[in-house]
Design a binder for this molecule. Structure first.
Ligand code: BG6
Length: 513
């Protein structure tokens, strides 16, 4: 939470939101619903326009109907009950655009001036590229050459991942963007940073007297970050087969969550100070020196045919647009070290996979056990204390402590002090995209990734990718619907630990509540 984030105010000045890729999936599922939610919460005010841009022809009416259907399907607010729909819809326009043709951008510039006049917008422009990254360069150049950046207000570029395929391609992409925009105009989305509970990590750590003193290698035994998904690759086989879990999830979401857990307190609650601390964590990640070290610390798996909730599922290699001999990983588990004074010697275990039994994202901080042979621990097998942050889809925090078993026989049992945010705030928790679009529009870049973070994350990931290129013998197959390769359990067992069950897993919380 930054000083800026405290001001949940309306976007006072107004802006034009240009959605490139307006007929695509992201716009439909996330962007239009997010803009509508912001509108319903009076955060957008009245001085805004949304221009949908894509290649295919669409009339204004068709486009507004598409937007309405998307909101109806994916938004947390009920559009059916909205009597003022037309009032909202009139802010939406569609323009067919060939992004390789600068003339279309020139027309867009002229049209933008009309819109700015009509909606009293002082020249602020937010360009959201919901497009394949190969197109970012062409769009940026044409925005400049078409005159769209010659405006009295601010202009900002919001881009989606993947930001490159490796460090080299990311650098090239960055150079293209930087030849048009300054770093502080570029907002690189990692939608995990928009999630309520990921943002909450900072608050939990720095606003509570009893965590920060223990938040180091003297008291923490290990940290586990699990991001499990039930879905396979759906219709994204073409993209995913090139990316795999390493590039799709670890390079961004997983490492970003890790930085939030591991970073030092920033000197001020300012976006740059927070990102300075995050990048230091990435710079402190221990690099695996050899291919053997990669194989010893990073587990990769691929799902084979299996079943989930009684439904038979194909293996990854049988999925649409996937190479039938693919060695792409759909599961990744890794032991990562942050080599700095605070964390020296503490393993961070991360795991993510597709076609696992439940959809959940959780962070577990396992504290060191109290000395054995002292008082109660000499008689009982005491379980370690845990702090669990549930990110998704359930949101909450719980602390697991040891307490007395009720009754006169004595004994100790683990108890959970449980705060369930989802049950309290319910469906009204803002979606990640709402927060991120709103933040970009008011110039708060805290929860966007800065170039140095992206490049450090790629450097770390490239070392793993390089080792994997040399051999695929360490690829483990796991049946769809299982918890991934056994090797991921061994990884923790080697250090005397085990994965804590996540929400929805069989053993979950039964004992603890
Ligand atoms: C995306 C990945 O970034 O995150 C997807 O490309 C993945 O493969 C998705 O399914 C998971 O996001 P969430 O918010 O549903 O956990």
């Amino acid at each position: 939470m930054t000083e800026m984030n405290n001001q949940e105010t309306m976007l006072a000045e107004g802006a034009i939101f240009y959605i490139f890729g307006a007929t695509g999936d992201l716009a439909r599922r996330k962007l239009f619903p997010a803009i509508y939610s912001l509108y319903r919460e009076d955060k957008l005010g009245k001085n805004f326009a949304v221009v949908g841009l894509a290649r295919r022809p669409r009339t204004q009416e068709q486009f507004r109907e598409d937007v309405r259907a998307a909101i109806d399907e994916f938004c947390r607010y009920d559009v059916q009950q909205d009597e003022d729909w037309n009032e909202f819809a009139k802010h939406f326009e569609y323009k067919p655009l060939d992004i390789n043709n600068v003339d279309g951008f020139r027309e867009l510039q002229q049209h933008s001036q009309q819109l700015e006049h009509e909606f009293h917008i002082p020249g602020n422009r937010l360009f959201y590229l919901a497009l394949a990254p190969e197109l970012f360069g062409a769009v940026s150049y044409n925005l400049r050459d078409g005159g769209l950046l010659d405006t009295k207000g601010w202009s900002r570029l919001v881009i989606e991942k993947p930001f490159g395929y490796d460090l080299e391609s990311a650098k090239q992409l960055n150079e293209e963007l930087r030849s048009v925009f300054n770093e502080d105009q570029i907002y690189r989305i990692d939608h995990y940073l928009g999630k309520e509970m990921v943002q909450n990590i900072e608050v939990i750590r720095f606003a509570n007297a009893f965590f920060e003193p223990l938040w180091n290698n003297k008291h923490i035994a290990n940290v586990q970050i699990s991001l499990s998904e039930t879905v396979g690759v759906e219709e994204r086989g073409g993209y995913y087969d090139q990316a795999g879990a390493l590039r799709d999830m670890a390079q961004n979401h997983m490492l970003q969550m890790l930085t939030m857990i591991a970073m030092e307190p920033p000197s001020r609650l300012h976006p740059e100070d927070i990102r300075d601390e995050k990048v230091k964590v990435l710079r402190s990640l221990r690099t695996y020196e050899s291919d053997e070290e990669v194989v010893g610390n990073v587990v990769r798996g691929q799902y084979s045919a299996g079943s989930l909730k009684g439904k038979d599922l194909p293996g990854y290699r049988e999925e649409d647009k996937v190479n039938p001999e693919s060695t792409t990983e759909t599961y990744l588990g890794a032991r990562v070290y942050v080599d700095n004074f605070r964390w020296a010697g503490v393993p961070f275990y991360i795991r993510t996979g597709k076609r696992l039994p439940v959809k959940t994202t959780e962070v577990v901080v396992e504290f060191k056990s109290i000395p054995s042979r002292v008082y109660l621990s000499s008689k009982h097998n005491l379980e370690p204390n845990l702090l669990v942050i549930r990110v998704n889809p359930m949101e909450g925090i719980y602390v697991r402590i040891n307490g007395k078993k009720p009754g006169s026989e004595g004994g100790v049992q683990p108890l959970a002090m449980d705060f369930c945010q989802s049950s309290i705030v319910g469906i009204n928790t803002p979606e990640a995209y709402e927060r991120l679009i709103f933040d970009a529009a008011r110039g708060d870049s805290t929860y966007f990734t800065r170039w140095d973070e992206v490049s450090e994350a790629w450097a770390f990931v490239d070392r793993i990718a390089q080792a994997w290129k040399n051999t695929s013998e360490d690829l483990h197959f796991y049946p769809a619907g299982s918890w991934g390769p056994e090797r991921a359990n061994e990884l923790l067992a080697e250090d005397g630990f085990h994965w804590w069950p996540v929400n929805g897993q069989e053993e979950d919380t039964v004992v603890w509540k």
